[in-house]
Design a binder for this molecule. Sequence first.
Ligand code: ATP
Length: 275
Amino acid sequence: MDRIRLEDVRKTFTLKAGQTVSLGGVPTNRIPVLSGVDLTIRKGEFVTLAGPSGSGKSVLLDIIGGLTEASSGTAYVGATPVTRPDPSTAYVFQQYALFPWRTAQQNIEFALEVRGVPKAERRERARRYLALFGLRGFEDRYPAQLSGGMQQRVAIARALSTDPEVLLMDEPFAALDAQTRDILQGELLRIWDEIKTTIVFVTHSIDEAVYLADRVVVMTARPGTVKEIIEIDLPRPRDLEIRNTAAFARLRGRVWEVLRDEVTKAQRDWQIAAH
Ligand SMILES: Nc1ncnc2c1ncn2[C@@H]1O[C@H](COP(=O)(O)OP(=O)(O)OP(=O)(O)O)[C@@H](O)[C@H]1O
């Protein structure tokens, strides 16, 4: 069954009057960011989006999440065209986006409260999801009293505690050190294996894209569209050792081969824009 369907999704931003950027050496106030994205994501699938900087990956997530409106084309979650944020879609951003004045437990409970979950269930669910991410005993800590990795665990636990049909993750591990990032990737896979929610995950890391995904969607340079979709046929459950296998190296090489030209194009785009 399909969970997300994008049909010819396009997005052009128009800058405020008087503001211009240089595109291809020509000044303009219109920035085409997405040009005709077609993509279908199955229920329970883990898809990673890779693409050069500025290829519209975050904008595409925002369109799926109802935070940004497409200029044309349609994004569907289930059978419904997305027109606004929906409580059944959860987001995790690079920055942990926790309320600093609430404890870990209260951060999760608040997300459940706005969804109308009764108080006793809120408490139980928040504890359960914190425990799932190894945070038993940290329920009463405030974000400032937690490490970056722990804060991001709370943010993911919060998102998953709402039992979302779709989880959108925008470079959620990019701000973490390499070891914490490895650990969190493993934890996310372990939990996703249990709950099998549909995940769309944006990353700049090819290793991360391959390690996590059922399919890696490679975007072209701006204006972004789907350049190629690479099936990741590595067995699950996966552990970090899989990155040392020949099969992993082959897939990593394949993604880079598709991505390389687009990264070069994107760099040229900036160089022109800078002049
Ligand atoms: N509100 C906006 N107004 C104008 N331009 C915007 C707006 N939001 C995004 N853009 C432009 O859209 C383009 C795509 O941005 P987006 O953040 O989706 O790229 P990305 O692929 O996620 O890049 P990165 O990998 O660097 O995060 C960029 O050129 C950005 O400057």
